[in-house]
Write a protein that binds this ligand. Sequence first.
Ligand code: NI
Length: 169
Amino acid sequence: MILPIVKYGNSVLHRVAEPVTAFDEALERLSRDMVETMYAAPGVGLAAPQVGVLTRLMVIDATGGEKAGSLMVLANPEIVESEGDQYEEEGCLSIPEFTARVHRPRKLVVSGQRIDGSQTVVGGEELLARILSHEIDHLNGVLFIDHLSLIKRDIIKRKIRKKVRAGEW
Ligand code: NI
């Protein structure tokens, strides 16, 4: 089932998500729906708060579904290693139509749990590192615009407010 994606302006995006404790059928259903929602958007990553659920679950496919075996479903992710820096353009399904360059680690190693609760470690460089960092941010209530300078962030916020007033958000 494709779920509605929460947009900037909703407070759920600014809150810290709770750890996953029950690896049950409901979690499996949520992850399935999140994967479907991500691919339909289309996007390369989605975190549970973006569908209004404050739980530490994220789904990622850096290929956008182009390459089999690229899908990652990760619960309770923790950064175990971070290296280097990249400064690339990114966007967010919760802040549609806006992009900006953001500093992210060039390489990231993340531990977490699969949907059955078993432990796993995933590593990524470049785009995948960027997505991992972006989605973990979501679980901590942080959005990509929070990484921007006050001036750049205010420009985007002002444009969003204008869209809200025009009923386009
Ligand atoms: Ni995002």
